[in-house]
Structure formats: structure tokens, C-alpha cells
Design a protein around this ligand. Structure first.
Ligand code: 5AD
Length: 470
């Protein structure tokens, strides 16, 4: 059977989609190639969140095609995911050697289409970016043996799409409107993973805190129209469907840790804050996208919260769990951002002391309102603000990391480190990476390590003696 190589750009949702496609192809008898140079089929799973990500994938495709041509190798090549969704056939117009363009609601059709393309000997082209009902429930196959890490920690896709319509963001057009899987369906997938050895599950979606809202409203409507009030009483409106899902996943025996990404600050109601205190398996880690520290910019971004509201959420989370790891995303150089707005972002970072922040230079995306807004910030100012903010967040993060020296932290060991197989890697509950001299017997274990030193966003530890007994 032919071999496939999948290269993934972008977020964890994309990683998860690639894994599901790979698992689907393996189940059909395809093998996974170690590199694009030896693969019969090369798929690039793309990201559209910034122009840079799109250009990277397009350049990669040019390279793949060029090499195959110069070596006179037949290869099926395709784009899938977010850029495939928004650009569709245009990608084939640009790169006529591309055989397949597979949108974000069509991952489950990958094997069928590749079979067809291989049978057509390069004479056919397939572009499928249509919407498909219930596609949110199709990303479910796992490739647990694909890498050592996977068998300990797994991602589960709980929903697709986003209705927030932030003015900078292309996601509503790459992922569509919010559609959620049902709780029993998600729990069944999680149970199966745990039965296969998984100990940590990260629930994934573009806006997980909005999980099930639309469906719940729909169910209430149906029940109300039918004169049935029991549904409304069974699901207290004080507990959001997302927290109901966390409760249901939490009940799975053998599952040790639960995480989720990505949330929206507006989803951090009291029910979610309380869930951290109430559910021991829910790890003390929150990646809450801030985007800007200026109320004026937050409004232009259509984020739906203020600086004060954001600070309030962080305060509540740290009251519930003082060890909470707090991570964020920030955009610099959004249209209209003045030096004063930017300084408010700096001051918020000083106040919150994030454990880490991912900084993005604003990138205009087509068909988004911000791309047309007045006051586009010149590239050199975006660069300059990026550097200033990066210096600040790195300085804060490094200081925070240093406070761990000498402390004992609990980690879940994922497997050997990619760079050095003698080193094992694990994560603390608050999502910091820890490296230590480990061996295969440590894999999958929850153990204590004493932090000896820190590196760049890494803790180096020594297994605490008590846990060395097999
Ligand atoms: N330009 C720059 N960064 C962006 N992000 C989303 N859209 C854009 C854009 N147009 C960032 C946000 C988001 C992260 C995944 O990517 O910070 O949280």
C-alpha cells in the first residue's frame, strides 16, 4: 500500500485533525512515511490565522512539487485544513500540480479521495470544501502508537467553529459556525482512550467554553414547545454545558488529568472557576487569550470583555487555585493601536505576571473587518512593539520559572525527549515542561520530581527518591 506524509501547521486542533486523518489512512492499509521525500502522498494541513502561516505552507508545497519533479517521482500532493477551506480551488490555480484541496469539514473523506486520486494516476483533481452536517463528530480516530507521547496524553475534539467574530480573526470562515458533539459521544471516545492507556485528555475546540450552548438552547426550545419543563430543570442554567462536559469526563475511572484549549474569557463564569476547585483531575492551568490590555482596542476587536473583567477572572482563578499556571495570547499592532494602548497591554502583563504569553504581530486577514479599519499600524511599529512585549513577558516568565528551583512538582511522564532520548519529558499540572534523566519504566507515570535548575521555558528535575520504586 502507498505511504503518506502529513505536515501540520498551526494549532493543536490542526495537530488533532492530522492525527485523525493519519489514523484513518493507516486503518485503510496506508503506511506513514518518515519524510515527504519518500512518500507516495504528501498532505499539508494548513493554518490561516496569519499570512505568514499561509506563505509557509505554500512555499513548502512549491518545494515538495519541485523536488518530486526533478527526481521524476510520481506523488499525490494536497492541501487540507484552514487555508484549503478559505482558498479552495484558487490553490490549484496557483499551483496546478496540487491534486487535492480538502476543507475543514471533510477530513473524514481523506482516504476515499486519496484512493480515487491514486487510481486516477494524477489525471484527476479533487476540491471539496463544502459544509457537511455533523462533521464535528467525525474527528475521532486516534493514532495512539504513532508516538510514545500519544499513548499517555491525548487530544479530543469536542466542537468545531466559532461564533464570536472577533474583527481580526479568520476562524469563522475557516471553521464555520459553532457545532458541538454530544456529551455521551465525547465521553465514549475518552473512555476508549483511557482503556488504551491514556492518562491525560485535552478537550479541544476553537472556543471550548461555548461548548453545547447552541444545542442546549435548541433542546430547551424543543422541550418548551412540547410543554416539557423537565429538561430545563435537569440542566441548571447556572452550569454551562462545558462544565457539564467537564463533570462527565471527570467521572471516567483511570483518567488522571483533564485540560482544555482554547477558551474565551467570557466563558470563565463562576461555574468554571468553581470547577477548578471542585474537580481534582482538572489541571491548574489556563490559557486565556487576552489579545490586548486596552479597553478601546478590546472593543474594536469585538472581544466582549474589558481589562477590568479580565483581571477579575485571573483574580478569581488564583483565589480558587493559587498555583494556577496562566498563559495568554496577545496581538500587537491591531489597527488603531496607539502607544498608549500598547502601554496598557504592557502594564496588564506586569500586573498579571503570566507564566507565558504568545505574542502575534497583527496580520490583516481577508474578509475580516479589522483588515479594512483605519489606522493600520506600520510594520516597523508592529515589530518594535512585538520586541518590547517579548522582552517583558520573557523577563516575567524567567523569574517565575526560577521560583520553582528547589520545589517538588508532580509530573505526568510523556516519554523520551525529542532532542535527547536519555532525557524524559513530562508536564506539571500547571503545564510546565520538565526534563529529567529517565527510562522507559517512567513513561506514563505520575511522579514527583525536584526542580534543580531552569532553562528556557523548561524545568530540569531529579525524580524524588520515594517515587523511584517500580
Ligand atoms: N493577526 C495576528 N494574530 C492573530 N491571531 C488571530 N488572528 C490574528 C491576526 N489576524 C492570534 C490570536 C489568537 C491566536 C491563535 O492567534 O492571538 O489567540
Amino acid at each position: 500500500m502507498p505511504s503518506v506524509f502529513i505536515k501540520t501547521y498551526g494549532c493543536q486542533m490542526n495537530e488533532r485533525d492530522s492525527e485523525a486523518v493519519a489514523a484513518q489512512l493507516v486503518a485503510k492499509g496506508y503506511s506513514l512515511a518518515p519524510s515527504e521525500a519518500v512518500a507516495d502522498v504528501v498532505l499539508l494541513n494548513t493554518c490561516s490565522v496569519r499570512d505568514f502561516a499561509e506563505q509557509k505552507a505554500i512555499n513548502k508545497m512549491r518545494n515538495v512539487i519541485g523536488t518530486a519533479r526533478s527526481e521524476k517521482r510520481d506523488q499525490i500532493v494536497g492541501f487540507m485544513g484552514c487555508m484549503a477551506q478559505t482558498r479552495g480551488k484558487e490553490l490549484i490555480d496557483k499551483l496546478p500540480d496540487v491534486d487535492l484541496v480538502l476543507g475543514t469539514q471533510k477530513f473524514h473523506r481523506a482516504a476515499e479521495y486519496i484512493d480515487e486520486l491514486l487510481a486516477g494516476n494524477g489525471r484527476t483533481k479533487i476540491v471539496d470544501t463544502d459544509a457537511e452536517a455533523r462533521s464535528e463528530a467525525t474527528v475521532r480516530e486516534h493514532l495512539l502508537n504513532g508516538s510514545a507521547k500519544m499513548s499517555v496524553s491525548a487530544f479530543v475534539s469536542i466542537m468545531q467553529g466559532c461564533n464570536q467574530h472577533c474583527t481580526f480573526c479568520i476562524v469563522p470562515s475557516t471553521r464555520g459556525v459553532e457545532r458541538s458533539r454530544t456529551i455521551p459521544d465525547i465521553v465514549a471516545e475518552c473512555r476508549e482512550l483511557v482503556a488504551r492507556g491514556v492518562r491525560e485528555i485535552t478537550l479541544l475546540g476553537q472556543i471550548v467554553t461555548s461548548y453545547g450552548r447552541k444545542e442546549q438552547r435548541g433542546a430547551w426550545q424543543v422541550a418548551r414547545d412540547a410543554g416539557d419543563s423537565s429538561l430545563a430543570t435537569r440542566h441548571s442554567p447556572l452550569v454551562t454545558p462545558f462544565v457539564q462536559l467537564l463533570d462527565a469526563v471527570h467521572e471516567i475511572d483511570g483518567l488522571e488529568r483533564i485540560r482544555f484549549t482554547s477558551p474565551h474569557p467570557k466563558g470563565y463564569g463562576d461555574d468554571l472557576v468553581e470547577a477548578y476547585a471542585r474537580l481534582p483531575k482538572l489541571c491548574e492551568s489556563a490559557h486565556i487569550p487576552l489579545q490586548s490590555g486596552s479597553d478601546r482596542i478590546l472593543k474594536l476587536m469585538h472581544r466582549g470583555y474589558t481589562r477590568g473583567k479580565f483581571l477579575g477572572i485571573i483574580g478569581k482563578l488564583r483565589t480558587a487555585k493559587p498555583d494556577m499556571g496562566v498563559y495568554t495570547d496577545i496581538i500587537v499592532g491591531f489597527p488603531g493601536e496607539t502607544e498608549d494602548d500598547f502601554e496598557q497591554t504592557l502594564s496588564l502583563c506586569r500586573e498579571v505576571q503570566f507564566d507565558n504569553s504568545y505574542i502575534f504581530k497583527y496580520s490583516p486577514r481577508r474578509d475580516t473587518p479589522a483588515a479594512e479599519m483605519p489606522g493600520q499600524v506600520p510594520q516597523e511599529i508592529r515589530e518594535e512593539r512585538n520586541e518590547r512585549l517579548l522582552n517583558l513577558v520573557n523577563e516575567i516568565a524567567a523569574k517565575k520559572y526560577d521560583t520553582f528551583i528547589g520545589q517538588t512538582v508532580q509530573i505526568l511522564v510523556e516519554g523520551p525527549s525529542k532532542k535527547n532520548a536519555a532525557r524524559y519529558t513530562g508536564r506539571t499540572r500547571c503545564n510546565r515542561i520538565v526534563l529529567f534523566d529517565g527510562s522507559p519504566r517512567h513513561q506514563g507515570q505520575i511522579m514527583d520530581v525536584k526542580v534543580e535548575r531552569t532553562g528556557s521555558f523548561t524545568l530540569y528535575g531529579d525524580p524524588a527518591v520515594v517515587n523511584l520504586i517500580d
